[in-house]
Design a protein around this ligand. Structure first.
Ligand code: ZN
Length: 165
């Protein structure tokens, strides 16, 4: 399922509008996953989160509770991407451990590239970004979508948009 379809099916309100900011934790739960938060920094400072998708039963997502809220939100959206990727490819099970480097926009692993693109599209839907880029500057947009300015700038670049200011 593409991110836009997930938004329409699991996040849009009864008028078909997309409430902002998008909350990937709620979407993950509506898709049947269990989402946990834990202090992962003691084990590995760069660990953002992980997901295990068992052969049966709910996928389990764990997010590093010590990360900044922007990062936690992006990690959760990224894990939802992994979950739908595994299900969409009808794999029996899947597991991903996400560190700062696997989630970097410079990464080349196709599974990670997919999850990153999915997360960006889920948290910053193209129509909403396009509309709001006519009224807000980069900081206003980042606040509205509740993402980092880096993530917002990447998304604007992907869509070929320039915000006000
Ligand atoms: Zn990943």
């Amino acid at each position: 399922m593409a991110a836009a379809d997930v938004l329409n099916k699991y996040w849009a309100d009864s008028n078909g509008e997309i409430p902002l900011p998008v909350d990937a934790t709620i979407i993950a739960e509506r898709l049947g996953a269990e989402v946990f938060a834990g202090d992962l920094s003691q084990e590995d400072n760069d660990l953002s989160g992980f997901i295990y998708i068992p052969p049966s039963g709910p996928p389990q997502i764990t997010i590093n509770s010590t990360d900044h809220i922007h990062r936690r939100r992006f990690t959760c959206a990224h894990e939802v991407g992994h979950m739908l990727d595994v299900r969409g490819n009808q794999l029996r099970e899947g597991g991903f451990v996400d560190r700062r480097d696997t989630m970097s926009s410079a990464g080349t692993d196709p599974r990670e590239v997919f999850a990153n693109a999915f997360a960006a599209t889920l948290l910053m839907p193209s129509d909403e970004v396009e509309w709001l880029a006519e009224e807000l500057d980069l900081y206003g947009l980042a606040r509205r979508f509740r993402v980092s300015t880096d993530a917002m700038q990447n998304r604007l670049d992907t869509l070929g948009l320039r915000p006000l200011g």
